[in-house]
Design a protein around this ligand. Sequence first.
Ligand code: 6PG
Length: 479
Amino acid sequence: GKANIGVVGLAVMGSNLARNLASREGNTVAILNRSYEKTQKLLDEHPEAGFLPARDYEEFAATLAKPRTAIIMVKAGRGTDAVIDELVRVFEPGDIIVDGGNALFTDTIRREKAVRETGINFVGAGISGGEEGALNGPSIMPGGSAEAWQTLGPILRSIAAVAEGEPCVTHVGTDGAGHFVKMIHNGIEYADMQLIAEAYDLIRRGTGKSPAEIADIFAEWNRGELESYLIEITAEVLRQTDPATGEPLVDVILDQAGAKGTGAWTVQTALDLGVPVSGIAEAVFARSLSSKPAQRAAAAELPGPDGTFDIHDADAFVEDVRQALYASKIIAYSQGFDAIVAGAEQYGWDIKKGDIAAIWRGGCIIRAQFLNRITEAYAADPGLVALVTAPYFADAVTRTQQAWRRVVVAAAEAGIPSPAFSSSLAYYDGLRADRLPAALVQGQRDFFGAHTYKRIDREGTFHTLWSGDRSEVSAVDTH
Ligand code: 6PG
């Protein structure tokens, strides 16, 4: 027989996804890789999968039943375009090409448009969960046409993670919607990771507890409202001892965080959309700062507290940090969903926010019980203007905000960098302020550039004649 699905690109993610597909009832999987050695290796190692190997694109196309469906699993970038060109050459109208890489959503929009002209469907699908997720069940965020989803939906549902009985996949929206949402997922992932890292740092410096002791704290937190994959693996990482030195592994890992770009994309996109994703931005910048050894060395002797501080009640401090983490996490998700709302509006996608939170409950890196609360919030009010104002989240920040402030104050006083904690709090206070100094900024803009301003007491647009008699005139709104 023929294959109902194919995978192109057999590095770890591709091989694991192919094995996942093959393990599900009803799937026969065609596989293709640039070099046949990898194909042969996968065949040898996993005879149980019943793969149908292809040596080139012609053979790959001939191996697939119509409509042909193929998932590309190559490193995002130029390589993706090359594979798409080859598939377009051998596929026919009605066939489906899926890009399962971490593509930039604007590339996906461009590719979808170009491929659609050939009559072939193109689906950009965000896939989260790392190697393990690809093998056992990732969270999948496909975009593309409703027509493609008809064929693809059952296949993706068969391999996705399952959360509370539901597969972690939904048709996100047309063209680039899936990759857009995956990008925001990664932005939230960056913020979540940075917040956890700051919590660890504060507890360690504040209480002098060892990484192993802090691992126990995270394991404990993982049984409460912070329950999540990232908290769980944090405990594992902190508990790990370096076999070579016997030191905690976290103490021998170089403190310079890498990044492959999806966090930066989230922030760049949010800047263009005018959405303040400040927690995510600080997380991206914290990685950049960490990776500037020359600047850090040059600044090492600058004055300031040395990062040690005396905590009288360690348990109370740990609890404060837990609450600050929860509050800041709510802000990160609130900002991420704001970006989804703004992106959906800008690009014309009908994205169901509650469904996105639901498919993030399993498989993906930010998976957590907590996401149910987001689904509920959007179910109760689909037009919710800011997640943090939904009753559950408003209650949570009401309950935690004093601890949050204490932690940010303690960090500032002790000289411990807490960019994500403190910027999240500043965002929260900015959002709830009845008056912002933005009024003064408007005054300054009007002074030097006649940029005009609006008044609180009258309709219209105004300008003060700053270099004249300083009287106010009505003006044309030029922003
Ligand atoms: C996932 C991850 C995955 C990967 C990212 C982030 O959802 O499975 O987000 O896509 O870990 O590329 O990696 P960086 O931290 O290197 O940017």
